[in-house]
Design a protein around this ligand. Structure first.
Ligand code: OSB
Ligand code: MG
Length: 367
């Protein structure tokens, strides 16, 4: 895989409806799309940082900076045998997992395409369809209940709602009253501290599948203390940025479930390592999402076809996020799954005209 050219784009697409979490309400998503050229093949990757340093410190602009100034100069005309070889270059670049993951993803896509096999196959996937859940943002109670009823009616296998202080116990109570015992979980995006033990203990009464990232984005210690007090499993998202974090979290008992986002942990090879550790330790994993466009969603689907992904994922159909996407759309099967593409690489086509329509910035690096 000789890297002959690289193209970077910032692509911006509005959401079908605003998405609100404990760190704010957003109307649109911006992603950096990486395109690699090698012989007759192309590889695509998507860098998943948001445009603000809210979920993590990375942003669309820091991703671009790391790619343009540190990753692309190192890969110029380099001939890769396998995508794992990029790790040699990454060792010299501290942090910035989402920039690294997006580029590595493009290498994986290229590699799989050159071999004529699917990304799922390259990663060791065993499933032909993955379980689909849906993440629903903060809204008025009426809109939230309407959204939940609609998504549950479409067949999603579990509902996740976003919570924040003041929008938690009463909301869950109301959902349980209106919707009964549907598979339900909450995601706090690090909005609480141990001072909120009362809220956590109240949430513990509602048979939630899990409470995702209740405490600090970089905390493992307090989560271990909280997990001891709760029956409901804690699932870590933000706090697990590497295999090392996962090892410590499991040793300390900071969680009983891990959400793997390949962007957050620096790529697919790191994701596989965390997956393997969790399988060995009997810790269920599922794939988180970052409201990706089609390239990133296809990658999430391939990753979640691995055997340890045994809970519904934050991977919904395209129409839950966007009216129009840069790739073929993903649809929800009647049984609440999404089919894993079996074509080469990510297995979906990227449409140049649509990509062009939503591109707000582009740069090509020819060597
Ligand atoms: O915490 O899981 C999260 C979206 C953006 C940033 C963080 C998160 C989310 C989601 C949406 O919950 C998941 C999806 O892509 O459907
Ligand atoms: Mg989360």
């Amino acid at each position: 895989m000789k890297i002959e050219e690289v193209e970077l784009r910032i692509v911006e697409i509005p959401y079908v409806s605003p998405f609100e979490t404990s760190f704010g309400r957003e109307q649109k998503n911006q992603e950096v799309i990486v395109r690699l050229y090698s012989g007759d093949e192309e590889g695509f990757g998507e860098c998943v940082a948001l445009d603000k340093p809210s979920y993590s410190y990375e942003t669309v602009k820091t991703e671009w900076h790391i790619l343009e100034d540190f990753i692309i100069p190192e890969v110029k005309l380099r001939d890769f045998e396998t995508p794992e070889e990029i790790q040699e270059i990454y060792r010299g670049i501290r942090g910035h997992p989402m920039a690294k993951a997006g580029f590595e993803e493009a290498l994986y896509d290229l590699y799989a395409k050159q071999k004529g096999v699917s990304l799922s196959q390259v990663l060791g996937g065993t499933k032909s369809a993955i379980e689909s859940g849906v993440s629903i943002g903060i809204d008025t109670m009426d809109v939230l209940l309407k959204n939940i009823a609609e998504k549950w009616g479409e067949g999603y296998r579990r509902i996740k709602i976003k919570i924040k202080p003041g929008w938690d116990v009463q909301v869950v109570k109301r959902i349980r009253r209106e919707m009964g015992d549907i598979p339900l979980m909450v995601d706090a995006n690090a909005a609480y501290t141990l001072d909120d033990m009362n809220v956590m203990k109240e949430l513990d009464q509602y048979e939630l599948m899990m409470i995702e990232q209740p405490l600090g984005h970089d905390d493992l210690y307090d989560h271990a203390a909280l997990q001891k007090e709760l029956t409901t499993p804690i699932c870590l998202d933000e706090s697990v940025e590497s295999i090392k974090d996962a090892e410590i979290a499991l040793k300390m008992g900071s969680c009983r479930i891990i959400n793997i986002k390949h962007g957050r942990v620096g790529g697919l090879s790191a994701s596989k390592k965390i997956h393997d550790l969790c399988v060995k330790s009997k810790i269920p994993v599922w794939a988180g999402g970052m409201l990706e466009f089609g390239v990133g969603r296809a990658t999430n689907i391939a990753l979640s076809s691995l055997p340890g992904f045994c809970l519904p994922n934050d991977i919904s159909a395209t129409d839950r996020y966007y009216h129009e996407d840069i790739t073929d759309s993903f649809v929800l099967n009647p049984d609440g799954t999404i089919t894993v593409p079996d074509g080469p690489g990510i297995g979906v086509q990227v449409y140049d005209d649509i990509l062009e329509k939503y591109t707000v910035e582009r740069k090509k690096f020819s060597f």
